[in-house]
Design a protein around this ligand. Structure first.
Ligand code: ADP
Ligand code: MG
Length: 458
C-alpha cells in the first residue's frame, strides 16, 4: 500500500474514533510522510500538534496503523520544514486518560458557563488557530499539559468564547468541577469576605463557602485579569488559590487584554506564575476569517433572509477590528430586514442598514451615547448600567470614566452629561471628572485603559 492510501484509510478510521472537532483540529491536516524501519513519520502543521498528538493520541494512532497495515509502528511527528532532518523517535508516551475519580465535596455551586459558547461554533482562522488548538488541548487534558493557560488579545476577539468552550467541553466529558468567573466576580466574592458584619457566624460561613468554592475546583477559568491591576488584596487571595490549585494539578485558565509582562500593576510573583504554563495570543481576524465568521453567524440565524456573497464581502472588508462588531452588523441586518420586510438582502439593503456602523468616524460624529456604548462594551456592562443608580465599583467606576470622556472629548456641559447619565446632578459629574483626572495622573494602568477606550471613540 502506498503512503497516501494508508493515510486516507487511517484518517477514515480515526474519524470514527474521535469526535469531529478533535478530528478536524488534530488529524485533518496531517500527512503520512513515510513508513520505514518500523517508524511511521507523520507530518503535522504546528508544534502544538506534535505535542498534543504525542501526549494524548499516540496509542490510538499506533493501534489504528496496526489495524490497517498489520504492523506495529513507532510514531515520529515532524513539521513540514523538518522533513529533510533525521529524527529519532524516542518519545513514546502512554496515552493519558482523564482522571474522572475526583471526589466532590458537598456544596452547591454553578459553573457560570454559557452553553452556547463552544468549539463547534468557534470559527478558526490564522489569527486564532494557535489559541484555538491550545484551548482544545487543555479541554482534552485539563491540568496536564498547559497549566496555567494564559490567553490574551484585544476586546472582542473570542477570548471569553474560547474559555467557555473549554469549560463546556470538560463538563461534558468528565465530572470535573469547573468554575468560570470574571475577575470582577472574583473580586466581589472576595470583598464579601472582608466586609464588616456583626454576625460572626455569617462571616464564618461565608469564609468557608469562599474557601470551598475556589479550592475544591478542578478547573478555574478567570476572565479579564487586567482588572486585578489596582487590587492588591484580591491579587494576594488569588495568589493563594492559584498555588493550591496549581500544586494539585488543577487546571487554571486566565485571560487578559494584554500579555503578562504588560500587566504593569500586577505583582511580580503572579506574573511569573502566569508564564509557567503557556501564553497564547489572539490577533484581530483576517479578511477570510471575517467572512467565514459572517457566514457561520448567518447560517445559525434562521430569521435572516438570503444574503449575497457581495454583502458578506462588503461587511468583511469594511469592519476590520473585531468579531463583536461583525455580530453587531448581523444583528442590525436582521432587525432592519425584519422591520422593512426584505425578502433578500442585497448590497443596496446592506449599505442602507449598516450606514451608521460602517461609516463610523466619517459620517457618525461621536456623541454621549457613543461614549457610553464604547465604555460599557469595554467593561462588559450595559449602557443601562451606566445610566442606573447602581453604586458597585464595577459600574460606578466605568460610569465615572464615561462621564470624564464625555467631558474631555465632547466638551459637553456637566448638566448635559448628568442628564444623559440617568439624571445625575452636575456636582456628581464634576466630582467624577476630577476623580478620573487624578487617577490618570497617578495610575498608569488606568491611563492606558482610558487611552485604549478613547481609540474606539474618536
Ligand atoms: P473577548 O472575550 O476576546 O472580548 P468574546 O469571546 O466575548 O471576545 O467574543 C465576542 C463575540 O464574538 C462573542 O459573541 C463570540 O461568540 C464571537 N466570536 C469571537 N470570535 C469568534 C470566532 N472565531 N468564531 C465565532 N464567534 C466568535
Ligand atoms: Mg471577554
Amino acid at each position: 500500500m502506498n503512503t497516501d492510501l494508508v493515510w486516507s484509510k487511517f484518517l477514515n478510521k480515526i474519524e470514527t474514533e474521535v469526535n469531529s472537532i478533535v478530528y478536524k483540529t488534530w488529524f485533518s491536516n496531517t500527512k503520512l510522510h513515510e513508513l520505514k524501519d518500523n517508524i511511521a513519520t507523520i507530518i503535522v502543521p504546528m508544534e502544538i500538534h506534535r505535542k498534543h498528538l504525542n501526549d494524548s493520541y499516540l496509542k490510538v494512532i499506533i493501534d489504528t496503523l496496526f489495524l490497517i497495515t498489520n504492523q506495529m509502528y513507532d510514531v515520529n511527528f515532524i513539521l513540514e520544514d523538518e522533513i529533510k532532518k533525521d529524527e529519532n523517535n524516542d518519545n513514546v508516551i502512554e496515552l493519558n486518560n482523564y482522571d474522572t475519580s475526583t471526589e466532590k465535596t458537598d456544596f452547591k455551586y454553578s459553573s457560570n458557563l454559557i452553553k452556547t459558547y463552544n468549539f463547534e461554533n468557534f470559527v478558526v482562522g490564522n489569527s486564532n488557530k494557535l489559541a484555538h488548538a491550545t484551548a482544545l488541548a487543555v479541554a482534552e487534558t485539563p491540568g496536564e499539559t498547559y497549566n496555567p493557560l494564559f490567553i490574551y488579545g484585544s476586546s472582542g476577539l473570542g477570548k471569553t468564547h474560547l474559555m467557555h468552550a473549554i469549560g463546556n467541553y470538560i463538563e461534558e466529558k468528565t465530572n470535573k468541577r469547573v468554575l468560570y468567573v470574571s475577575s470582577q466576580q472574583f473580586t466581589d466574592d472576595f470583598m464579601k469576605l472582608s466586609r464588616k458584619d456583626d454576625n460572626d457566624k455569617t462571616n464564618y460561613q461565608y469564609a468557608e463557602y469562599f474557601k470551598n468554592k475556589y479550592r475544591s475546583l478542578d478547573v478555574l477559568i478567570i476572565d479579564d485579569i487586567q482588572f486585578f491591576a489596582t487590587k492588591p488584596k484580591t491579587q494576594e487571595e488569588f495568589f493563594h488559590i492559584f498555588n493550591i490549585l496549581y500544586n494539585e494539578k488543577k487546571q487554571i485558565i486566565i485571560s487578559s487584554d494584554r500579555s503578562p509582562n504588560d500587566l504593569k500593576l500586577l505583582e511580580e510573583r503572579l506574573k511569573t506564575r502566569f508564564c509557567w504554563g503557556l501564553t497564547v495570543d489572539i490577533y484581530p481576524p483576517e479578511l477570510e476569517l471575517r467572512k467565514n465568521i459572517l457566514r457561520k453567524k448567518i447560517q445559525s440565524s434562521n430569521s435572516l433572509p438570503e444574503i449575497s456573497e457581495e454583502v458578506i464581502d462588503y461587511i468583511a472588508s469594511n469592519m476590520t477590528s473585531d468579531v463583536r462588531n461583525l455580530e453587531g452588523a448581523i444583528n442590525r441586518l436582521m432587525a432592519y430586514s425584519f422591520v422593512m420586510g426584505c425578502t433578500e438582502i442585497n448590497l443596496q439593503v446592506a449599505v442602507e442598514a449598516l450606514k451608521d456602523m460602517i461609516n463610523k468616524g466619517t459620517s457618525e460624529k461621536a456623541n454621549i451615547l457613543k461614549v457610553q456604548k464604547v465604555v460599557a462594551d469595554y467593561f462588559q456592562i450595559s449602557v443601562d448600567d451606566l445610566k442606573s443608580k447602581k453604586r458597585s465599583a464595577s459600574i460606578a467606576f466605568p460610569r465615572q470614566i464615561a462621564m470624564y470622556l464625555s467631558r474631555t472629548i465632547l466638551n459637553e456641559s456637566f448638566e448635559r452629561i448628568g442628564l444623559e447619565f440617568g439624571g445625575k446632578d452636575h456636582s456628581t459629574v464634576m466630582h467624577s471628572c476630577d476623580k478620573i483626572k487624578s487617577e490618570i495622573n497617578t495610575n498608569n494602568e488606568i491611563k492606558n485603559s482610558i487611552d485604549e477606550i478613547k481609540k474606539n471613540i474618536v
